[in-house]
Design a protein around this ligand. Structure first.
Ligand SMILES: [Zn+2]
Length: 322
């Protein structure tokens, strides 16, 4: 005899079985691919007395979430967080990077001190690049792995003049790096400011409000990237998502990833995403900003694709981040 409880279980299991075989919205399950990259590793914590505890908790959450969703990620590191640490914390901060490697992820160079290419000479910038991979190289060598090939410019500012851009790229190539592109950027760094502030003041309602706005905005920028890649390449290309190793993502990444899975995305390595021929398009764009590679490639290809409708974060979030 069926009780209410068992009927609920039957209905649930039927729904789950049906759902498992259904194509997700926007295409067949797994037809879309995305590589996940996280900047400012090991953790956007602002230093200070609480840095290490916050970084350890956030790292655990991020790694757990990535494992649950089977996401192979790249962590782009600012080694200044280790080199500039109090002596007593150097080993523990280094161990944060080891945990990413132990979990099967890749680490790369995001410069030592997170400088802005617009404000430095190419030589000074190259020094910060070279200083930025000493720990990473040591950790990889200890595992018999080659040095990392992944580099991302802070602020994705790639050089405000053609000469500077070329000189930085030459310095990167000489050290074995390529520039890590991105096609989706969800302004997580902006949302993280009021989110962190809300957590610090135990304002749970505000934290929830910011998190919900972040998830909603991420959906909009993902949709925009899908449409923009179709306008630039005539198809949806594998996407590269740029986020940060911050507390906002530690607490909400599972929602971001679940949303992408529901849109039919499969999570792939950066190498796999970049095997797509779209990623062989040169980036010839020069300027002070840090636009996505979809914009840069549209300019390289001479396509007058408008990015005017690129979604902006809500004004109240931008105001709350000040
Ligand atoms: Zn950064």
């Amino acid at each position: 005899m069926f009780t209410v409880r068992t009927w609920t279980q039957v209905i649930l299991s039927v729904a789950l079985a049906c759902g498992a075989g259904m194509p997700a919205a926007g295409g067949a399950q797994g037809a879309r691919t995305v590589a996940v990259t996280l900047d400012d590793g090991p953790f956007v914590g602002g230093g200070g007395a609480t840095y290490l505890t916050s970084a350890e908790t956030a790292t655990t959450r991020l790694l757990d979430t990535l494992r649950e969703h089977r996401v192979p990620a790249v962590l782009l590191v600012n080694e200044g967080q280790i080199g500039g640490a109090p002596a007593a914390e150097v080993a523990a901060r280094t161990a944060l990077l080891t945990r990413w490697l132990d979990a099967g992820h890749t680490i790369g160079n995001h410069t030592y001190s997170h400088p802005d290419a617009n404000t430095l000479t190419a030589d000074a910038y190259a020094e910060d690049i070279a200083k930025g991979d000493l720990v990473t190289r040591r950790l990889l060598a200890a595992r018999g792995a080659p040095p990392s090939r992944y580099f991302r410019h802070p602020f994705t500012h790639t050089g405000d003049t053609a000469d500077k851009k070329a000189a930085i790229e030459a310095a990167l190539a000489a050290r074995g790096y390529f520039v890590t592109p991105h096609t989706i950027e969800n302004a997580d760094w902006l949302f993280n400011v009021p989110y962190r502030r809300a957590l610090e003041t135990s304002d749970e309602a505000q934290a929830e409000r910011v998190a919900n706005a972040y998830i909603a905005y991420t959906r909009r920028v993902v949709t925009f990237a899908e449409e923009a890649s179709t306008r630039v390449f005539g198809r949806e290309i594998p996407q590269v998502l740029l986020m940060h190793a911050n507390v906002l993502n530690a607490n909400t990444m599972t929602r971001v990833l679940a949303d992408m899975s529901a849109r039919g995305y499969r999570f792939v390595t950066l190498d796999e995403a970049m095997r797509d021929q779209a990623y062989r398009t040169p980036d010839t764009w020069v300027g002070k900003g840090g636009p996505t590679w979809l914009f840069r490639w549209s300019r390289s290809l001479g396509k007058d694709v408008s990015f005017a409708d690129e979604p902006e974060p809500p004004t109240w979030v931008a105001d709350a981040s000040k």
